[in-house]
Design a protein around this ligand. Structure first.
Ligand SMILES: [Zn+2]
Length: 67
């Protein structure tokens, strides 16, 4: 899978907190895009793949522009 914003493959799951408060999200190392927070790595990837292709901080070339 690749980043929907910059098409980079340099993605990783990062986690925050500890124990029951730990949350995960996918982060793109290339453009800095962050995926939705989830309770686990599997969910984090699922949410990342489900998210709409909306412009975010990145290189300024969103894949789609709906108007
Ligand atoms: Zn990216």
């Amino acid at each position: 899978m690749s980043c929907p914003f910059c098409r980079s493959l340099d993605l990783a799951v990062r986690n925050f907190g500890t124990g029951k408060t730990r949350q995960f999200h996918v982060n793109c190392h290339n453009c800095g895009a962050d995926g939705p927070l989830a309770d686990g790595t599997t969910e984090a990837w699922a949410l990342w793949n489900e998210r709409p292709n909306e412009p975010q901080r990145g290189d300024g070339t969103p894949p789609h522009h709906s108007n």
